[in-house]
Ligand binder design. Structure first.
Ligand code: DC
Length: 286
């Protein structure tokens, strides 16, 4: 591990880190470039209507727009972010789905998601691609197989929280995420979008809700799918994932200094969406 030299690639990517104070993120990226496998591929098989809408938005604003949405699991980020992106003519990027796909590969290979070395060794073989279906939904592929639905299992959820804690995994996915925001106007959701992936995003939102409210929503969602869930267990798992995501050394979940916090504990979906769109419009002039 080399000491960080001023003006190197790391500092170009993380201008805020060069100013100091981002020790944890510095630690994360003291990975030698040679040790980093090339990141996954993205294919933009965007439906024509969505592409036209997004191009119009970018043209009207004469630049690419990026909206970063971070927050704990189960705060409704993906449903809200997707709906807001659609309304505003932006591309929705669910980065959690990308971490989940890496995790599914790790599980399938029988590796322990907590084992940093075992997970890192598998990355070069994990053929991850994504595209968008005609309905505008992001689909994930693992070595060519569509795994969009499989990555939603509770097993993958728990394992993803562990796998995503490894710096090698985060470094592996970083360029892919940045590249999308360079090429398209995006609403990107995750845990470290405002702090690490897109520190220059036009708007940063920290979307949160109490752990009880999040576990209750998950319980209802399961019920609607005809699956009975144990509320206490869901609450425990929600808290365990928060604990993992917030306390890891590499790019922990936390609001960016300039993020706007939107707490949805006491408001319903429609109210949350209206508020989210309002914040984005205010900040971007969309
Ligand atoms: O948003 P999600 O629940 O689908 O994310 C799955 C896991 O991936 C979650 O436990 C944290 C991790 N993740 C992350 O560390 N960074 C991101 N940008 C997105 C997800």
């Amino acid at each position: 591990v080399r000491a960080r030299e001023p003006g190197n690639r790391f500092e170009k990517n993380f201008p805020f880190a060069a100013k100091g104070g981002e020790d944890k993120i510095n630690r994360e990226f003291k990975i030698k470039t040679a040790e980093r496998p090339a990141g996954p591929q993205i294919k933009y098989r965007l439906p024509r209507r969505a592409r036209q809408r997004e191009e119009r938005t970018a043209m009207e604003h004469k630049k690419k727009i990026s909206v970063a949405i971070d927050g704990p699991s189960g705060a409704g980020k993906s449903t809200l972010a997707r709906a807001a992106a659609k309304e505003l003519g932006l591309l929705y990027v669910d980065t959690g789905a990308i971490y989940r796909t890496v995790t599914l590969y790790v599980l399938r290979r029988g590796a322990e998601p907590k084992d940093a070395a075992a997970v890192a060794a598998l990355l070069p073989e994990a053929g991850i691609t994504m595209d968008y279906d005609p309905g505008g939904l992001q689909r994930m592929y693992l070595n060519g197989e569509d795994v969009t639905d499989q990555i939603r299992s509770q097993e993958v959820s728990m394992a993803a929280s562990a796998a995503a804690s490894h710096p090698a995994v985060r470094a592996f996915l970083l360029e892919m995420q940045r590249d999308m925001a360079k090429k398209r106007s995006v609403v990107m959701d995750g845990r470290d979008i405002g702090t690490v992936v897109l520190p220059e995003a036009d708007v940063k939102i920290f979307l949160t809700a109490s752990s009880e409210a999040r576990a209750r929503r998950r319980w209802l969602e399961l019920q609607q799918r005809g699956v009975s869930g144990d509320f206490d267990q869901l609450l425990r798992e929600t808290r365990e994932r928060d604990e993992n995501d917030m306390n890891r050394a590499a790019a922990p979940l936390r609001p960016a200094a300039d993020a706007i916090t939107l707490d949805t504990t006491k408001i319903n979906f429609q109210e949350s969406l209206a508020r989210l769109i309002e914040i984005i419009r205010e900040r971007t002039g969309l």
